[in-house]
Design a protein around this ligand. Structure first.
Ligand SMILES: Cc1ncc(COP(=O)(O)O)c(C=O)c1O
Length: 406
């Protein structure tokens, strides 16, 4: 008997989950698999943050917290927006959730009807689409190919908006492409949004502190301050402070929206873990030197990957502006055949080949709705990256590409 709700049928098993399952299976068989599929920093949470959680628990901060976040953490978030983005929010405009993921889910659940359309800029973080589908909304995918640096343009945005558009999703810088936008580009997108007051913008800025080449992150709202009634900024401590397991994310946006999201959250989780909220307050209020250290490590790894990919015939990679991923074009190898005579028909087959031949797990572009690419994470040491790229290069050299000999 199938007792699962119909709404689950809309969500297909993700390509990234399949990769990670296959990688685990190979590891269990004793293979030395390098997992470059992961989306979490490989650093430890800084000690002063862990200490703050310990102290909070010892001092009895162990009761149900307010649904929308503790007063202390909300203040820390408000100060963060002032300091980093020159944005002013009041406590009623801020919500804390169990990770940025819950904040995104709250926002969709609070606003989507089954006719509502959500604009996703491919390549995009796959979970956006799954959440929209599970809630009965309609994901509308806008292809944003590499010739414009994977960026959404005002023309593409204008063409995609309909009377049913509820949200435009932006991710600055992006998982998986690393693309960020400057103030001018964001203000041009803002001009389109301004013409369509029924459209809300969710700007997921969780990688804001991981930007390279001295580029400064610009928030969508900083570039378009007059759109505050239409914008929800989503962020969290997972990526900047190596706190993925603490599950603290936050959102800042118009009070009526935050109120609706709080209503949703009150039915799901009664707020986020009190001790983790104390840790997140310490992260936002405390010394920021670990953020700078993580960022420079990610930048060195980005540089290494860009250089190494230049040396592998058939792969191309435009240097990512931020985040800790490389979204690598593998078009040259689509249609190539393995030594066993199997043709690699798409990027899913390509990553399956890399996994079986090179024992390197990577995520196919199909997981982000823009092919043929594959994503590797740089959340591992330079030594591990070098070994993984050596293995990938060796595996690719064994392929027969149409018109080339191996
Ligand atoms: C773009 C993006 N948004 C949100 C999240 C979720 O973050 P959190 O750990 O705060 O739920 C991730 C995690 O991979 C992400 O890549």
């Amino acid at each position: 008997m199938n007792y699962l709700a119909k709404r689950l049928d809309a969500v297909k098993p993700s390509a990234s989950a399949a990769v990670s399952q296959n990688a685990k299976a190979l590891k269990a068989e004793g293979h030395d698999v390098i997992d470059l599929g992961l989306g979490e920093p490989d650093f430890d949470t800084p000690a002063h943050i862990v200490e703050a959680a310990y102290q909070a628990a010892k001092l009895g901060e162990t009761r149900y917290p307010p649904t929308d976040g503790t007063a202390a953490l909300k203040l820390a978030i408000i100060d963060k927006f002032k300091r980093d983005n020159t944005l002013n929010f009041s406590p009623s405009e801020v919500i804390v959730g169990n990770g940025a993921k819950q904040v995104i889910f709250d926002a969709f659940m609070a606003t989507l009807e089954n006719t509502s359309e959500v604009l996703l800029c491919a390549p995009y973080f796959g979970q956006y689409k799954d959440m929209v589908l599970i809630l009965g909304g309609r994901p509308i995918v806008i292809d944003c190919p590499p010739d414009n640096g994977f960026r959404l343009t005002p023309e593409l945005l204008e063409a995609a908006i309909t009377p049913h558009t509820r949200w435009l999703l932006l991710n600055l810088p992006s998982n998986p492409s690393g693309t960020s936008y400057d103030a001018q580009q964001l203000s041009e997108l803002g001009d389109v949004v301004r013409r369509h007051p029924h459209v809300l913008v969710m700007s997921d800025e969780i990688y804001e502190h991981i930007t390279f080449d001295s580029k400064k992150h610009v928030s969508f709202l900083s570039a378009n301050p007059d759109l505050s009634g239409q914008v929800l900024i989503v962020s969290g401590v997972s990526k900047a402070y190596a706190m993925t397991g603490w599950r603290i994310g936050y959102g800042a946006g118009p009070t009526p929206l935050i109120k609706g999201m709080t209503k949703v959250q009150s039915q799901i989780s009664s707020g986020a873990c009190s001790v983790a909220q104390a840790a997140a307050s310490a992260a936002l209020n405390g010394p920021q030197n670990s953020v700078a250290l993580f960022k420079s490590a990610f930048e060195a790894r980005r540089n290494l990957v860009v250089e190494r990919i230049k040396g592998i015939d058939g792969l191309t990679l435009a240097p990512p502006d931020g985040a800790f991923y490389a979204y690598i074009n593998c078009e040259h190898f689509i249609g190539a055949t393995t030594a066993e005579g199997i043709a690699l028909e798409d990027d899913t087959a390509f990553t399956a080949y890399i996994l079986s031949e090179a024992k390197v797990a990577a995520v196919p572009g199909s997981a982000y709705d823009l092919s043929p690419f594959f994503r590797i994470s740089t959340a591992c040491s330079e030594d591990v990256l070098n070994i993984a790229l050596d293995r990938i290069a060796a595996a690719l050299s064994k392929l027969t590409v149409k018109g080339n000999t191996p």
